[in-house]
Design a protein around this ligand. Structure first.
Ligand SMILES: [Ca+2]
Length: 373
């Protein structure tokens, strides 16, 4: 690194620090309503139309429905058998883009198999009385199965064309994130029925899995579609340090474990790492050290809270906060850390169709919160 680059980096760091200080000074207390308690490690949520409630996954295996009158259902019927161990279990939930017609609910989860465990995605039809899923079928499996309990990903998001994106962790098997014949450390892009879109970047390339959209990811646990550009935004856990925000594009390599700003827990370098930025790999769009340990994310576009319009919310587990990033175009212009005084790990954040911000906290007594400025 030459002196001019060093100076630019320091100047960049100073600009971020200044922005932090400024937004910190402008920060005001938020109003927080506890809507439900006693959720067992809730992980993901999805809003049913017409105010019918929120589907919530619990990592321990249940899909439950919270209704606006405060009622929290027991486990819905018809959900898959999951491997609820360590970081695995029932993970994300998303509604079909045509939910009003097809009533399909998508779930991601960890499952056991030959050699270890991995991420799977399936879908079932929500019964008319919302009591359970009918005809649940697996549409995708991460292969091979290499996890012993860690790094499953696995956020779900449909883009504007109705394609399903899934984040897949590296299963804590670092080098596999660079292997195009494996589904560890990848983002995949699927048709809604799980088949492979023929315009995926690696279709037809020998030795590469055609499901892959982007690769070189460690463990992306947040994903959202940008409301104006339609691009796929993700956050990703670094190791110790180096948590990333990425805008993932077709066929690109996001670096892990060759390029990282993080080190192993305890401070030893990542064995495969060649530097923070490595030619042929995409640098992070934005990077955080120390690691907040990001979780779910959501863009805020509603007019309900004008002071939050245009923000990007991201949950943080280790930092026990809700990050509100302000954006200038795609650039991160500032950040504010909300809910820190509560001392709770944040697992997911989503914005409802009517512009309310909902948060899940991660514990054996997890909560559903509604946050307002
Ligand atoms: Ca990266």
């Amino acid at each position: 690194m030459n002196i001019s680059t060093q100076w630019k980096r320091r100047a960049g760091a100073y600009a971020v620090w200044a922005a932090l200080t400024w937004t910190g000074a402008a920060a005001q207390a938020q109003q927080v309503q506890e809507l439900a308690t006693g959720l067992q490690h809730p992980w993901g949520m999805a809003f049913l139309p017409d105010g019918q409630g929120i589907l919530i996954t619990e990592r321990t295996g249940a899909l439950r429905l919270w209704q606006a009158d405060g009622k929290l259902s027991g486990p819905l019927a018809g959900t898959p058998q999951v491997l609820a161990r360590s970081q695995g279990g029932l993970l994300d939930v998303a509604l079909s883009p045509q939910f009003a017609q097809d009533r399909l609910v998508y779930l991601s989860y960890a499952e056991d198999g030959d050699g270890g465990s991995g991420t799977a995605v399936g879908r079932g039809r929500l019964a008319q009385d919302n009591s359970g899923l009918e005809g649940f079928e697996v549409i995708f499996r991460q292969e091979p199965k290499l996890s012993s309990g860690q790094h499953y990903g696995s956020r779900l998001a449909f883009d504007r064309d109705g394609m399903l994106f899934v984040t897949l962790g590296d299963n804590n098997q670092r080098p596999t994130a660079q292997d195009l014949d494996k589904l560890q450390g990848k983002t995949v892009r699927l048709n809604p029925d799980g088949s492979v879109p023929q315009d995926n970047p690696f279709v037809g390339r020998q030795g590469a899995r055609p499901e892959i959209w982007s690769y070189g990811h460690r463990n992306a646990q947040g994903m959202a579609v940008h409301p104006q550009t339609g691009a796929i935004w993700q956050n990703e856990h670094g190791a110790q340090g180096g948590d990333e925000l990425n805008i993932v594009q077709a066929g690109r390599n996001y670096g892990w474990p060759l390029a990282t700003h993080g080190v192993n827990y305890g401070g030893a370098p990542i064995p495969e790492a060649r530097g923070q930025e490595v030619e042929g790999t995409e640098p992070p769009h934005h990077v955080w050290t120390p690691s907040p340990a990001f979780s779910g994310m959501a863009f805020y576009t509603s007019e309900r809270h004008p002071q939050w319009q245009g923000s990007l919310f991201m949950g943080a587990l280790r930092d026990q906060s809700l990050l509100r990033l302000t954006l200038d175009g795609d650039k991160v212009a500032g950040e504010e850390r909300l809910l820190r005084d509560r001392g709770e790990r944040i697992r997911d954040v989503r914005v409802s169709p009517d512009g309310q911000v909902y948060v899940l906290t991660d514990s054996r007594q997890g909560k559903l919160l509604r946050v307002s400025p």
